[in-house]
Design a protein around this ligand. Structure first.
Ligand SMILES: [Zn+2]
Length: 192
């Protein structure tokens, strides 16, 4: 189970109250809009007031997205038992929930089968197509990187991952989706 976490957002306004379902609708906003709203209430009007509704909707949508991303991270971290899927690093503060398919592309939903728990360096290397993962969960290193000579970060951090296996969640339904990996792997091959 994922423990509940809270994302603090302020200020917020109650913009709707439905007693039948015992729900409040809350809109998040910023201080400027609070001032505008107070000015309207005080009958002073405000030149910015016309912009208030779309802006409030925009900010509310942003908060919704942040909550969504926060949920994604928690679920991915739990599925991968808070370790990097490539190098086992177990420091949550150095781990990200990476997307296999980017969140603006089709199939890029924030669901665990589209995620990988990766440490910061492996996340960046994956995003930059320095590292690729094939649909059989094999990690491959881009050829030019394999040929390079440098210190321990290059050797141990990147080159030694060549041909190793991704560490995947125990639950089969939480493992990386092979179709998404295949799509992503094509990009890696093109980058090489
Ligand atoms: Zn790592």
């Amino acid at each position: 189970m994922v423990k509940s976490r809270y994302l603090a957002v302020w200020p917020v306004f109650i913009v709707g109250d439905d007693p039948a379902t015992l729900t409040f609708t809350v809109a998040a906003d910023d201080l400027e809009l609070v001032r505008d709203t107070q000015a309207i209430i005080a009958g002073q009007g405000s030149p910015a007031a016309d912009d208030a509704t779309p802006r409030r909707q925009y900010i509310t949508a942003q908060v919704r997205q942040r909550l969504h991303q926060r949920g994604f991270r928690e679920k991915v971290m739990a599925a991968y038992r808070r370790q990097c899927a490539m190098c086992h690093l177990k420091h949550a503060e150095l781990l990200d929930a990476a997307h296999i398919i980017g969140d603006k592309e089709p199939g890029g939903e924030p669901v665990v089968p589209n995620g990988l728990a990766l440490c910061k360096i492996h996340h960046a290397a994956f995003d930059q197509n320095i590292l690729g993962v094939d649909p059989d969960y094999r990690i491959l290193v881009r050829e030019d990187i394999l040929l390079e000579r440098d210190g321990p970060m290059l050797r141990h951090g990147l080159q030694e991952l060549q041909g190793s296996r991704l560490i995947v969640p125990r639950r089969a339904d939480l493992r990386p989706d092979r179709d998404r990996l295949a799509r992503r792997f094509e990009k890696f091959l093109k980058a090489g």
